[in-house]
Design a protein around this ligand. Structure first.
Ligand code: KG4
Ligand code: ZN
Length: 368
């Protein structure tokens, strides 16, 4: 089955053609991030305008790159589109375009929850028959086992979700149960806001990661670093919830307490410590939930999962679980951030077409 996926929930306009949920025939992403960089964050009105400019060329490009032509649209079996969560103006552009194509081509249309698509990035990258490269050679095992605990870490979300099973490809729906989430800011939002406080720009995650990576190992032993310790919010609490707004406030207080020159000279230290604080909490809380829920796999998804330190720390933590065999899955970096291949893959595994007349965007769509 060949599915055209369309994603337009925020500042990325994306289209992809995926065969049988895993084989990517094309994957095109246009981003308006360069425009938003000037303002230090996303301007929803501007993002929607850029979606209008990009949506048709991006879909055309995805069809061309897959080796098809618009005239031969019959090769596409179905259209999958993000219906939420996201920015209403941005969502509408992708959704209305998908509905028009569904009507014009007479193809089924499958609505997709953007959060669930972040989880399905793992199905794209690790087709069920491949070993998991995230595990060391001796512990590599093929396939995702269920139940699986999913950690979604993006700009607007930090959620732990239990994936109980996987619906048979081509029919039915996988079963999800929401476990916990952030009580205030999301992990990506914390990266973005701290980056802004430090004058490192937008998006904050890659900027903080780059700034932190300038530190040398010997710097970590210095007195300055010991003075720059930040809190790990809720890390020891007996629940699976997250909270990141206090960390952002701690960074603000640190900046206010010191001379601007001191902050300027220590940006890499502070970036490193912000990154460590966010990741430590994510790792500890996710593993705590995974053990309690007795899951067989952990699947991570969302833009923050592109962070190399997060990937390394999760892998290390999993390797240390010698008596609890949990497999770890993290998508290839380009499938962590927003794209449409994950949308098409989600639709393949959760194939539930809906008549186009009934489809509306839902900016605050959740999981359960
Ligand atoms: O999933 P995504 O592309 O869009 C949303 O659905 O929100 O995630 C965007 C978020 C932003 O907050 C961005 O700063 C963060 O993911 N991000 C990262 C990295 N790359 C993107 N955070 C930490 N390290 C990264 N390398
Ligand atoms: Zn996303």
């Amino acid at each position: 089955m060949i599915i055209l996926g369309i994603e337009s929930s925020c500042d990325e306009t994306a289209a992809a053609i995926v065969e049988n949920g895993t084989k990517i025939l094309s994957n095109v992403v246009a981003s308006s991030v360069e425009i938003h960089k000037k303002y230090g964050g996303i301007i929803p009105e501007q993002a929607a305008r850029e979606q209008i400019n990009c949506i048709i060329p991006v879909i055309q490009e995805s069809i061309r790159k897959a080796g098809f032509s618009l005239k031969k649209s019959s090769i596409i079996d179905a259209i999958a589109v993000t219906i939420g969560p996201g920015l209403i103006g941005s969502l509408l552009i992708g959704l209305e375009t998908a509905k028009t194509l569904s009507f014009a081509w007479n193809k089924p249309i499958i609505p997709v929850n953007h959060l669930i698509a972040h989880i399905y990035a793992n199905f794209l990258h690790y087709p069920l028959s491949l070993p998991c490269p995230a595990l060391p050679a001796g512990r590599r095992q093929a396939g995702i086992n269920f139940p699986a605990l999913c950690l979604i870490v993006s700009g607007g979300h930090t959620e732990l979700v239990l994936m109980k099973n996987q619906a048979a490809p081509g029919g039915g729906q996988a079963q999800f149960q929401w476990i916990a989430g952030t009580r205030d800011d999301a992990a990506g939002e914390c990266f973005d806001k701290c980056s802004r406080l430090l004058g490192l720009g937008y998006p904050g995650g890659p900027a903080i990661e780059a700034s932190a990576s300038r530190l040398k190992i010997k710097d970590l032993r210095s007195k300055e670093f010991k003075n720059l310790k930040l809190p790990r919010p809720m890390i020891n609490e007996d629940n699976f919830d997250f909270s990141f707004s206090g960390l952002k406030t701690a960074v603000l207080n640190l900046i206010k307490k010191h001379h601007p020159l001191y902050i300027l000279n220590n940006k890499s230290f502070i970036s490193y410590e912000i990154q460590e604080a966010i990741i430590d909490v994510l790792v500890v809380k996710t593993l705590k939930a995974a053990k309690k829920l007795k899951v067989k796999s952990i699947l991570i998804g969302g833009g923050v999962a592109a962070n190399q330190r997060l990937r390394d720390k999760f892998l290390l933590a999993i390797q240390q679980l010698t008596n609890v065999p949990i497999k770890l899955f993290i998508p290839e970096k380009k499938f962590c951030t927003d794209n449409a291949a994950t949308i098409a893959s989600t639709a393949f595994y959760n194939y539930q077409p809906v008549s186009w007349q009934k489809l509306k965007p839902n900016p605050s769509l959740t999981i359960n």
